[in-house]
Design a protein around this ligand. Structure first.
Ligand SMILES: *Cc1c(COP(=O)(O)O)cnc(C)c1O
Length: 423
């Protein structure tokens, strides 16, 4: 494959026109859409209109007139289309960490309220050692808070299925691993969890907008995910939460099933009732006032993904990640890189990672050359391929830049050695 072949592939790419919808700076190849999605051009106008007209002129009237109050459900319903959920099962709110706290608590309460059929206590949360740290902190924090003898059991990627047994209350997994891009089999693991009587919580932070997800086809119980990665919602965008309809119907009688009981999760917030009565819908997963400006930016980001279509995005993502692996292994052979992502595209999300003993400095030198990826401790170079705005020629150029950085020892320069707060 030569660069011209990549240019030809871009010319035939049905998604090529999507790139123009993003405000990317000249001279930058952006391979970090898995950490912070690029800015859709339409976002600035949308946010400006919201601030100047809806807020500036409409003032408080805009909660109704501009439908601000509907944003968490409206954007949630759009995300539902990307994750195989029903529109009534998804709400946008808070951060991924906080949503995880809510659903994990619900899941443990559901298990506690079931009649016990065995002498063994069902009190284990199974997760992965290499899960995103916030997921593990939230789970351990909840275990400590409850003080009911739950145990957070962490195992390797391949050991999850074999660990699930009659003591497992909840299996909590991130579908696509943030560091390696390795993807779990959602259907098989959910079914394994259910077979053992456990409930299944999925974190879709690196899946939503990147790979097709079929939560209901897999019979998933709960899910959470991030708005600022492949959904292009902007820095700190609100997250989303999914609760399967069958559970929403079943938990109506458990007033505090969602532990962060707040006024906007109330059945009738504007009754200002001193007694908490949760909404009998996904609305009960709301806590306080939604972040309206951020939600409007997120809606524009989600629209960019919906317009392209998740299946077309996945097909291009596989082509780009496969090409990057091939080119890097060909052009950077013998330069200390080894593939840290699954080689089989079926088992990989939309990112490719290589390990290198000096990964931090190598990534800084690449960024200096205009190829923006990121570093994950201790030794991972991470490249995310958002097919909305990354093309085949970008992949070629990025692989060449990596070759130059390594072959010319550019990464050894002193300026690339100091670590900043955010890597
Ligand atoms: C990005 C990410 C998060 C982010 O959580 P926030 O609370 O939104 O900061 C959580 N989990 C996973 C797996 C992630 O990749």
């Amino acid at each position: 494959m030569m660069r011209d072949d990549c240019v030809a592939l871009d010319a035939r790419d049905p998604l090529a026109a999507q790139r123009g919808k993003f405000a990317l700076p000249e001279g930058v190849i952006y391979l970090d859409g898995n950490s912070l999605g690029a800015l859709p051009r339409a976002t600035s106008a949308r946010v400006r209109n919201l601030i100047e007209h809806e807020w500036g002129e409409g003032l408080i009237r805009s909660w109704n007139a501009a439908h601000w109050i509907d944003l968490p459900r409206r954007v949630g319903a759009k995300i539902a289309q990307l994750i195989g959920a029903h529109p009534d099962e998804v709400l946008c709110a808070d951060s991924t960490s906080i949503n995880l706290f809510k659903v994990l608590t619900t899941a443990l309460r559901m298990q506690a309220s079931r009649p016990q059929v065995s002498l063994r206590q069902r009190n284990v949360i199974v997760s992965e050692k290499a899960n995103f740290p916030t997921d593990l902190y939230v789970a351990q924090g909840l275990v400590d808070l409850l003080g009911q003898g739950h145990e957070l059991k962490l195992v390797e990627f391949d050991e999850v299925a074999g660990t699930i047994d009659d003591r497992t209350a909840v299996v909590m997994l991130t579908h696509v691993n943030y560091k390696t891009g390795a993807m779990h089999d959602m259907r098989a693991l959910t079914s394994r969890a259910h077979g053992a009587g456990a409930l299944m919580v999925w974190d879709l932070s690196h899946s939503a907008g990147a790979v097709p997800v079929a939560l209901n086809a897999a019979a998933a119980d709960f899910a959470v995910g991030c708005g600022y990665k492949y959904l292009n919602g902007g820095p700190g965008a609100p997250a989303f939460v999914f609760v399967a309809g069958r559970h929403l119907a079943a938990i109506v009688d458990d007033t505090y099933a969602q532990p962060l009981a707040g006024w906007l999760g109330h059945h009738a917030p504007f009754d200002f009732d001193a007694h908490y009565r949760p909404a009998d819908s996904i609305d009960r997963y709301a806590v306080g006032t939604p972040s309206v400006v951020a939600l409007s930016a997120l809606e524009v980001g989600v629209d960019t993904v919906l317009a392209a279509g998740i299946d077309a995005l996945r097909a291009k993502s596989i082509a780009l990640t496969q090409l990057f692996i091939e080119l890097v292994e060909q052009h950077c052979a013998g330069q200390g890189l080894s593939l840290a992502s699954p080689r089989n595209a079926e088992q990989r999300g939309s990112q490719v990672c290589f390990s290198h003993p000096h990964a931090y400095a190598v990534m800084q030198a690449l960024i200096q050359r205009g190829v923006i990826g990121d570093f994950r401790a201790p030794d991972i170079l991470r490249f995310g391929f958002a097919p909305l705005y990354v093309g085949h020629a970008d992949v070629w150029d990025a692989a060449q830049a990596l070759h130059q950085v390594l072959a010319k020892h550019e990464w050894q320069r002193a300026e690339f050695q100091t670590r900043e707060a955010v890597t």
